[in-house]
Ligand binder design. Structure first.
Ligand code: GDP
Length: 357
């Protein structure tokens, strides 16, 4: 499943946020194939369409698309130099699809800041520098290896050239994502951290959540990257409440959506993903696919055999299904389409696959 690594300086609220995420993981019991590690928390992608669809089909249960978060041991200044912690930390973070950096913006005097004062801009600089240094190490090691391998023709020269270009860029202290000209595909195996999509999670005081000017100011620090604003303490309280009580508390802070939900939604969008839907009496379910995925690839997310044996897909858009009220009526009105292997899936397609096994 889609995984987002959580990083940040010590004492910024990572554990607090992560506890809220793991409490949420009871929901993960719905996903029998997902092994839940202690450092993994899951949030369901909020999707109001699912309940409506489940009603039409009389589904027994609803399975939203899961978004997993991995808690990574805290980064401190110099983390990239410490071999021990460094390597373990790097291995975890390298496997993630995206990185969410938690940044402290709350002002509690009882919580010590590692640098003595709350300064989001300088905190982000510290973390980003560590990530650049970590990538630089990775690339330098890889270059030594690639040089040998190119000589013995085990590796294409383009791989070595790309690694060198990446090294030169990183040497200027800049993240690889800022280099729009460099195609990193040849060195994809390195899992370079600063090439991953990045989300900033500002842990703010509760009263700041409703303060648009203050939030805009923080968002401007990271644009064009996406920012999520939440109060980790509030999130850990929300997760303990019944849904209607939680909604009430949330509303009292001027928010429509919990920080965890925001994080799932923005994480999803940052990664260029979308969902399609399946529904029946047993379950209504959302499946995660990349934007632009074609029908057989979408079928493969349910089962690899579905992709191999793909024949066609019967597709009804969610809106058409809601308008017509049932699959039979959608068919009668010509709203159910038979799509072949070149069909590009659209977000919210309600699908039934036909396949050979
Ligand atoms: P970590 O080191 O990044 O994992 O930070 P923790 O989650 O352990 O939080 C460090 C301290 O800050 C703890 O005492 C938390 O209770 C407190 N804390 C975390 N989030 C918030 C917040 O949003 N507001 C306030 N006032 N305190 C927080």
């Amino acid at each position: 499943a889609l995984t987002i690594a959580i990083v940040g300086l010590p004492n910024v609220g990572k554990s607090t946020l992560f506890n809220a995420l793991t409490k949420n993981s009871v929901l993960a019991a719905n996903y029998p194939f997902a092994t839940i590690e202690p450092n993994v928390g899951i949030v369901n992608l909020p999707d109001a369409r699912l309940a409506k669809l489940a009603e039409v089909f009389g589904s027994e249960r609803i399975l939203p698309a899961p978004v997993s978060f991995v808690d990574i041991a805290g980064i401190v200044k110099g983390a990239s130099e410490g071999e021990g912690l460094g390597n373990k930390f790097l291995a975890n973070i390298r496997e993630a699809d995206a990185i969410a950096q938690v940044v402290r913006a709350f002002s509690d005097e009882d919580v010590v800041h590692v640098d003595g004062k709350v300064n989001p801009a300088s905190d982000m600089e510290t973390i980003n520098t560590e990530l650049v240094l970590a990538d630089l190490q990775t690339v330098e090691k890889a270059i030594e290896r690639y040089e040998k391998e190119v000589k013995t023709k085990r590796t294409e020269p383009i791989v070595l050239e790309t690694a060198k270009a990446a090294r030169d860029w990183l040497n200027e202290g800049k993240p690889l994502s800022a280099n729009t000209k460099l195609d990193l595909e040849p060195i994809r195996e390195l899992g370079l951290l600063t090439a991953k999509p990045f989300i900033y999670v500002f842990n703010v005081d509760e009263d700041v959540l409703g303060d648009k000017a203050k939030l805009d100011e923080l968002a401007a620090l990271v644009a064009p990257a996406k920012a999520v604003f939440l109060d980790a303490k509030l999130e850990s309280e929300l997760i303990e409440l019944e849904p209607d009580e939680a909604a009430e508390l949330l509303a009292s802070t001027g928010q429509e959506e919990s920080g965890l939900d925001q994080l799932a939604r923005i994480g999803f969008a940052t990664l260029g993903l979308q969902t399609y839907l399946t529904a029946g009496p047993k379950e209504t379910r959302a499946w995660t696919i990349p934007q632009g995925a074609k029908a057989p690839q979408a079928a493969g997310v349910i089962h690899t055999d579905f992709e191999k044996g793909f024949i066609k897909a019967e597709v009804i858009s969610f809106e058409d299904l809601m308008e017509t009220g049932s699959v039979a009526e959608a068919r009668a009105k010509g709203k159910a389409r038979m799509e072949g292997k070149d069909y590009v899936m659209q977000d919210g397609d309600v699908v039934e696959f036909r396949f050979n096994v």
